[in-house]
Design a protein. Structure first.
Length: 192
């Protein structure tokens, strides 16, 4: 409901105990922030009522990263749906019911929007689901995990260097490592 209202195509997700992951394509620049605000307030209402508490459920703002789809879309999808396995909550992604894995790997009715990279996995639903399950037989490389986690921490693109350079040149920005938060004050050491 929320994704349609604010123009966000959801391709993969995983609801963890203390955070959530979404792989989405927004229609508008503010689509993601609007959806996360609504989801956060609705979930906080439900969670607080259920557990008889008050306040926010999640800390801080959402983080988002541009994904170079032709190279990293399926890698990000696997990273998201393997999150409960990496956290030691389950041994296989199909054991965790709060993610999109069962939908992407086995099909069925869903509000997920199939991304072109997912559709390229096969000519029909059955072959795509099979190919998707096969992707999970190989572990994610440490390099890919580091790239995704670093991109998420710093809101950088999940991409190769060439794509990153293209973004930097196109938008006249620098995507190097930076620290989050308020810039530090520059203290003058020269006496006046």
């Amino acid at each position: 409901e929320c994704s349609k209202r604010y123009g966000v195509a959801v391709h993969a997700y995983c609801l963890m105990t203390n955070h959530i992951h979404f792989l989405v394509t927004p229609e508008h620049a503010d689509s993601i922030s609007r959806v996360t605000r609504v989801i956060g307030s609705r979930y906080a209402y439900y969670f607080n009522k259920y557990y008889n508490r008050t306040g926010t459920v999640w800390e801080g703002r959402h983080k988002s990263s541009l994904v170079q789809t032709d190279r990293y879309f399926l890698t990000c999808s696997r990273y998201i749906e393997l999150n409960p396995v990496a956290a030691g909550m389950v041994t296989r992604p199909d054991e965790y019911k709060w993610s999109s894995y069962l939908i992407n790997a086995w099909g069925g009715e869903s509000n997920l929007i199939r991304h072109d990279e997912y559709l390229k996995l096969g000519c029909d639903v059955e072959s795509r689901c099979y190919a998707y399950r096969e992707l999970f037989k190989c572990q994610l490389s440490d390099q890919d995990i580091h790239l995704i986690e670093n991109a998420s921490d710093y809101c950088h693109p999940v991409s190769d260097d060439r794509f990153r350079q293209h973004i930097e040149e196109k938008y006249n920005i620098k995507l190097g490592q930076s620290t989050r938060g308020r810039p530090k004050k520059i203290v003058s050491l020269v006496k006046k």
